[in-house]
Design a protein around this ligand. Structure first.
Ligand code: FES
Length: 263
């Protein structure tokens, strides 16, 4: 497979996630194996508009490829304005993904805002291989309850023995849950130290990492999915350089001890 040439991917389903986000299901049309790991991303192109990196929001255990898109520029608008049956370009999968082979069996997953999309793939992977994992907890925060991703899936995760804690920055009359930063939930969700997986704004990552280390987590076992501007996705253009790393190839998942100075 030539990593510079996009595969053709047909849109087979579109679900609204929030007022400005869609979950899009893609079917690769080319006759190739398309295997991926939770935490990897793909380069998605719209003919005539260009290409951008998008996190994979699905688990490979479910036999489909899904991305979660929010309107943020001309390419994401082009993807969101596409219809079922339209064909997009897809290069990848790119990057490393979460190191599931080395992560401990107790896993805490912490997400903030739209960064939760990449963690959904990891959570559903754990659900589908539940016997391979021990205590698992998910803590997720968004600005308001209308901004929460994948609300209809939380109960299913809880049925699999996964603790789920949700919080919003700004409550309203329709919200009876927690209001405050995700760190405020970490004391309430009791989980033994193990590995952590995070994606969200840097201020959240630093605050959560500090809290986790005070709870007994090692910084080398706190894994962070970094978001950086990417162009090529394959380590050639230097757009995503952070310290000694190419986020597109060495990441986007890094242990916190490697990237804490560049968040
Ligand atoms: S996006 Fe080009 S080197 Fe990473």
């Amino acid at each position: 497979m030539n990593e510079y040439i996009p595969l053709q991917a047909e849109i087979t389903d579109i679900d609204r996630v929030t007022s400005d986000s869609y979950l899009i299901t893609l079917q690769i049309l080319d006759d190739v194996e398309f295997d991926y790991r939770p935490g990897q991303f793909i380069m998605v192109s719209v003919f005539g508009l260009g290409e951008c990196p998008i996190s994979i929001a699905s688990s490979p255990t479910r036999g489909r490829l899904q991305i979660c898109i929010r309107r943020a520029g001309k390419i994401t608008s082009g993807i969101m304005d596409s219809m079922i049956g339209d064909v997009l370009g897809v290069r990848g999968p790119c990057g490393n993904g979460f190191p599931l082979g080395t992560m401990r069996e107790n896993i805490l997953i912490v997400g903030g805002g739209s960064g939760f999309a990449t963690l959904r793939g990891l959570i559903n992977y754990i659900v589908d291989k539940r016997d391979d994992f021990g205590e698992v907890a998910v803590v997720y925060g968004a600005r308001t309850s209308q901004d929460l991703y994948f609300m209809q899936e939380y109960k299913g995760w809880q049925r699999e023995g996964i603790k789920v804690g949700i919080t919003v920055d700004v409550g309203d009359e329709s919200w009876t849950g927690n209001v405050g930063m995700v760190t405020s939930l970490l004391d309430k969700i009791k989980i033994s130290p193990g590995s952590a997986a995070m994606c969200g704004p840097p201020v959240m990552i630093n605050a959560v990492a500090a809290k986790l280390m005070s709870m007994g987590f090692y910084r080398s076992e706190i894994y962070v999915s970094m978001e950086r501007h990417m162009k090529c996705g394959i380590g050639k253009c230097e757009h995503c350089t952070v310290g000694p790393y190419h986020v597109c190839q060495d990441g986007p998942v890094f242990s916190y001890d490697k990237v804490k100075d560049w968040l």
